[in-house]
Design a protein around this ligand. Structure first.
Ligand code: NAD
Ligand code: MN
Length: 334
C-alpha cells in the first residue's frame, strides 16, 4: 500500500500536545505514514524572526497533506510578525475553510446537528490591511471581495451540498448593509449554486443565521459565508456540539491542504498535558478522507466517538484524562 507523506506542524501552546497525540492515533491505523516535521507560529517568530520559514512552505507543498496544531497571534501589532495559519491560507491559496459541526456523544452536544460551515479563506477582512490616523484616534481596515474568490467558494460549497443527503445550502451575508462587498459575495455564490439545480439554496442575513443556529441548528446543512463571519459562526457551531475540544477543520486548495483544529494555542492550559486532542484527531480524519482513505477515516471517527462516550474524557468535557491518555484510548479502540 501507499506511504503517505504528512507534514506535521505543532505551532504554539497546546499544539505541542495535540499534534503528537494525533500522530499516535494515525500510526495506530495501520496505514503507512512518513512524517515531515516543520515549524511555524509565534515561537518560531521569536526564535528566527519569521512565523513561516521557507522550509515550512516547502514541507507543506511537497507532502500529501499537512496537520497543523495551533499558533499564537498577539493582539498588539508586532513589527515583522504575521499570523502563521492566515499567511499559509493566502500564500498557498487554501481557499476553502471547511468546518463541520456534527453531534458527538459529549455533554452539551445537540442531537440532530450535522452541518458544515464553508468559510471563504483568502480575502474579506482577513486581507489584514489596517491603518490608523490622527495618532490612533481613527482606524480603518479594508475588506476585499472578488467575484473570482466568491465564485470559487460558491462552487465548492454547492458541490459539497450536492454530495450530502439533504442537499441544502445557505449563503450567509450582510448584503443589506454592505451591498457592494457582501452583495457581490451573495450574488456570485447564488449564481454558482444555480448551476446545481438539485441543491436547495437560500440566502440568509448573518445575524439572523446566528440566532437560527442557536435555536434550530438541526435545520442547517451547508452554510457558506465570508471570512470573518465564517470564523465567528464556526466557533458558535463548535459550541453546539461540545466545544472547541472536538471541532475540526480543513483548509483546502486546488493543490494543497492543511488540516487543523478550530481552536487556538489555549495559553491558559498549555503545558499541562490536559488539552483535548479530539479536535486534532478529527482533523486527521478529515485529512484521511481528503487522501481517499474513507474506510480508515470512518474507523478513527468511530473510535473517537467510542472514547468520547465511554471515557476517559479530558477536563473540558468533564473528565480527568490527560491528552495522551485520551489518544491512547482511541488507538486501543481502533
Ligand atoms: P483558544 O481556542 O486558544 O482557547 C479558547 C478557550 O478554549 C480556552 O479557555 C482554552 O483553554 C479552551 N480550549 C481550546 N482548545 C482546547 C482543547 N483542545 N482542549 C481543551 N480546551 C481547549 O482561543 P483564544 O484563547 O481566543 O486564543 C489563544 C491564542 O490562539 C491567540 O493567540 C489566538 O490568536 C490563537 N488562535 C489561533 C488559532 C489557529 O491557530 N488557527 C485559532 C484561534 C485562536
Ligand atoms: Mn477562529
Amino acid at each position: 500500500s501507499k506511504t503517505y507523506r504528512i507534514c506535521l506542524i505543532e505551532g504554539d501552546g497546546i499544539g505541542h500536545e495535540v499534534i503528537p497525540a494525533a500522530r499516535l492515533v494515525l500510526e495506530a491505523t495501520g496505514l503507512k505514514f512518513e512524517f515531515v516535521e516543520a515549524q511555524a507560529g509565534w515561537e518560531t517568530f521569536e526564535r528566527i524572526g519569521t512565523s513561516v520559514p521557507e522550509a515550512t512552505l516547502e514541507a507543506v507543498t511537497h507532502t500529501d497533506a499537512t496537520l497543523f496544531g495551533a499558533a499564537t497571534s498577539p493582539t498588539k501589532k508586532v513589527p515583522g510578525f504575521f499570523g502563521a495559519i492566515r499567511y499559509m491560507r493566502r500564500k498557498l491559496d487554501l481557499f476553502a475553510n471547511v468546518r463541520p459541526a456534527k453531534h458527538h456523544p459529549v455533554p452539551g452536544s445537540r442531537p440532530g446537528v450535522d452541518l458544515i460551515v464553508v468559510r471563504e479563506n483568502t480575502e474579506g477582512l482577513y486581507v489584514e490591511q489596517e491603518r490608523s490616523y490622527l495618532e490612533g484616534e481613527i482606524a480603518i481596515a479594508d475588506t476585499v471581495i472578488t467575484r473570482k474568490a466568491s465564485a470559487r467558494i460558491g462552487e465548492y460549497a454547492a458541490r459539497l451540498a450536492a454530495s450530502r443527503p439533504r442537499k441544502q445550502l445557505h449563503v450567509a451575508h450582510k448584503a443589506n448593509v454592505l451591498p457592494m462587498t457582501q452583495g457581490l459575495f451573495m450574488n456570485t455564490v447564488l449564481a454558482e449554486a444555480a448551476r446545481f439545480p438539485e441543491v436547495k439554496t437560500q440566502d440568509i442575513i448573518i445575524d439572523n443565521c446566528a440566532m437560527q443556529l442557536v435555536r434550530n441548528p438541526e435545520r442547517f446543512d451547508v452554510i457558506v459565508t465570508t471570512n470573518l463571519f465564517g470564523d465567528i459562526i464556526s466557533d458558535l457551531t463548535a459550541g453546539l456540539v461540545g466545544g472547541l475540544g472536538i471541532a475540526a477543520s480543513g483548509n483546502i486548495g486546488i493543490k494543497h491542504a492543511v488540516f487543523e483544529p478550530v481552536h487556538g494555542s489555549a495559553p491558559d492550559i498549555a503545558g499541562k498535558g490536559i488539552a483535548n486532542p479530539a479536535a486534532t484527531i478529527l482533523s486527521g480524519v478529515m485529512m484521511l478522507d481528503h487522501l481517499g482513505e474513507h474506510e480508515t477515516a470512518r474507523r478513527v471517527e468511530a473510535a473517537v466517538d467510542k472514547v468520547l462516550q465511554e471515557g476517559p474524557r479530558t477536563p473540558d468535557l468533564g473528565g480527568n484524562a490527560t491528552t495522551l491518555q485520551f489518544a491512547e484510548a482511541v488507538a486501543r479502540a481502533l
